[in-house]
Design a protein around this ligand. Structure first.
Ligand code: NDP
Length: 284
């Protein structure tokens, strides 16, 4: 039987509707959640992500501000801007769009953001709290993936989850969050030998490699939940995932499409973190 397609767009829409109600309630108390996005340079993909974030803010009632800076900005100037945002009480969340030009240290920039405003969840303090299982801002893509799996009705407890990819923004954190949901987790990467041996045992398979169509039906256990994080532009100009959607959907029980799967959830989790930041900062 063909898999059920997990429509991330629809799930994201319903979470955004819940957030819009929450923001309306906060506004009655005089609290207006605010997100500032800093974009350095003119990378078209980054510009498109930033537009999506502004649109998402507008949809749920978050006040959003975009600070655009030329790629020639110095690290010191950028750190000064972040310091000013840290001190601005109207700014609840700060996001610096990555990647940054080579002459600016991403580590220095991430560490400059106050952990209370770190709605991307990349600050070492946020990461440390996530590892410890403390309440914190979870990184948006891994958090969105967990929400999507939950909404399929899948109980992750005791299941074997296999994650392909070990980046700091997807593979590592999603492995940890799956383990916190009581899954038994195997992490694979580019040096894993006999990848198929691992993926074929997965009840939940999360693929985040950035390699177009690398996972076919021969890699997938019948009935598995398959989450495709990859976003790859192929020669025809089309966006595709890391999974061969058409054939894998014939063996999986649930599968996310690309586009329209994980992507819409990422921005939604950013909005969720911003609302949580506003609430937390108001209660201080
Ligand atoms: P990275 O390039 O940072 O990491 C890719 C990971 O995949 C690495 O750990 C690498 O292993 C592993 N890998 C690469 N090739 C293979 C292979 N042949 N077999 C097994 N493992 C392999 O990418 P990201 O984690 O940042 O992103 C992954 C994908 O997800 C990209 O397509 C990206 O565009 C997309 N993405 C989508 C988001 C969304 O919102 N939809 C958000 C973030 C990312 P090794 O460590 O050994 O090099």
């Amino acid at each position: 039987m063909a898999a059920i397609i997990v429509q991330g767009k629809e799930v994201a829409q319903s979470i955004r509707a819940e957030l819009a109600n929450e923001v309306a309630e906060l506004k009655k108390q005089g609290i207006v959640p605010g997100l500032t996005v800093v974009l350095v340079g003119d990378d078209p993909a980054s510009q498109s992500y930033v537009r999506g974030k502004s649109k998402g803010c507008e949809e749920v009632g978050i006040a959003s501000e975009l600070i655009l800076k030329d790629a020639s900005i110095t690290e010191e100037e950028l750190l000064t801007i972040i310091q000013q945002l840290n001190e601005n009480p109207n700014v609840n969340g700060i996001l610096v769009q990555l990647p940054l030009p080579k002459h600016i240290s991403e580590t220095a920039v991430i560490e400059a953001i106050h952990p209370d405003k770190d709605v991307d969840g990349f600050h070492p303090i946020s990461v440390g709290n996530m590892v410890l299982g403390n309440e914190t801002f979870l990184p948006c893509t891994p958090h969105g993936i967990i929400e999507l799996i939950k909404r399929t009705g899948t109980d992750m407890s005791g299941k074997h989850a296999v994650v392909i990819g070990r980046s700091n923004i997807v593979g590592k954190p999603v492995s940890l969050l799956l383990q916190q949901e009581n899954a038994t987790v195997t992490m694979c990467h580019s040096l894993t030998q006999n990848l198929e041996e691992f993926t074929k045992k997965a009840d939940i398979l999360v693929v985040a490699t950035g390699r177009a169509h690398m996972i076919g039906k021969e890699h997938v256990k019948p009935g598995a939940v398959v989450i495709d994080v990859g976003v790859n532009r192929i020669e025809t100009g089309k966006l595709v995932g890391d999974v061969k959607f058409d054939e894998v959907k014939e063996v999986a029980s649930y599968i996310t499409p690309v586009p329209g799967g994980v992507g819409p959830m990422t921005i939604t989790m950013l909005l969720k973190n911003t609302v949580a930041a506003a609430r937390k900062q108001a209660n201080r």
